[in-house]
Design a protein. Structure first.
Length: 293
């Protein structure tokens, strides 16, 4: 965090000097006359490095070569009203190249520090649930094993989708937190929901993180659809009480509704999105009320 703070400060100082360098005459007429396109080029370089991951993931020499090359091309084609080298023009060209190069280097440092900060926040907030919650793409073998076991022994198996309501996420965000990147905020809520879900499940249940869809898939062996209602209520009650987030649950059961994992997920999505979803019509109880029931 301290490194990011210093990187931002250095970039801001350079921007202030760069865009006001022609005003620094120190009591006499300034001989520095940077062409207007250089300022536009510097702004484009800054925006591209911040928002294009490829440019800040590569070594700093890559964006330097790119934008200094663009500068040279512009100088010898469209903005060639004065020569690149010769007399005072040599010093002006060196000044423009130096200012643009320093801007690119400082912006590259800020972009990398911002990425490191975001990754650190993700790792910290997700550290204590990562062992219980698996990535969907990493759990295919376990999923198939559970389906095979259910087929062989004629055991029921339930698929449940859990996702937070977008409106309730926005409602609980503090005004200052709203300025943070939306993806990081959503990930924080999802991570907190993972902790809540993990506390409500049995040891035999599997929790899969489908991060690209912003939801979780819960696989409950030896559980019928009718027995999933109480689990759904416990998750909804705990999420509402501890996070202030409304969650929706869609349930599909093997083998009554589908025979493969993909079909079970599709059926659960249909249940989740259906306007007459029976689970969504149930009242939300507190965890104590659910346990009493």
């Amino acid at each position: 965090m301290k490194h990011l703070r210093w990187s931002l400060l250095a970039l801001l100082i350079h921007l202030a000097v760069f865009y006001n360098i022609e005003r620094l005459d120190f009591g006499r007429q300034s001989i520095i006359d940077i062409q207007s396109f250089v300022y536009v080029l510097g702004l484009l370089a800054l925006v591209s490095i911040i928002f294009i991951p490829t440019l800040w993931r590569l070594h700093v020499s890559a964006p330097l070569s790119l934008w200094l090359g663009v500068y040279i091309i512009c100088r010898v084609t469209f903005f060639n009203d004065r020569p690149l080298l010769g007399g005072i023009d040599t010093y002006l060209t060196i000044t423009e190249l130096a200012a643009l190069s320093l801007l690119i280097v400082l912006t590259h440092n800020v972009a990398r520090d911002l990425h490191d900060f975001e990754e650190a926040v993700k790792n910290i907030t997700f550290a204590d649930v990562s062992r219980r919650v698996q990535k969907l793409e990493d759990a295919s073998e376990n999923i198939q094993l559970e389906l095979i076991r259910s087929r062989r022994h004629h055991y029921p198996l339930t698929i449940m989708l859990v996702e937070p309501d977008a409106k309730s996420i926005r409602a609980i965000l503090h005004r200052t937190v709203q300025e943070v990147q939306q993806a990081m905020i959503a990930r924080y809520v999802i991570t907190s929901l993972a902790r809540v879900i993990s506390k409500q499940l049995r040891r035999t249940d599997m929790v899969l993180d489908q991060h690209e869809r912003g939801r979780f898939i819960i696989i409950s062996p030896d559980t019928s659809a009718s027995n999933s209602d109480i689990l759904a209520q416990r998750i909804k009650a705990a999420a509402a009480e501890q996070l202030g987030v409304i969650v929706s649950c869609g349930v599909a059961s093997f083998p009554d509704e589908a025979l493969t994992f993909e079909e079970l997920v599709h059926q659960a999505e249909t249940s989740l999105q259906s306007s007459d979803n029976a689970l969504s019509k149930l009242p939300v109880y507190t965890p104590n009320e659910v346990n009493q029931r």
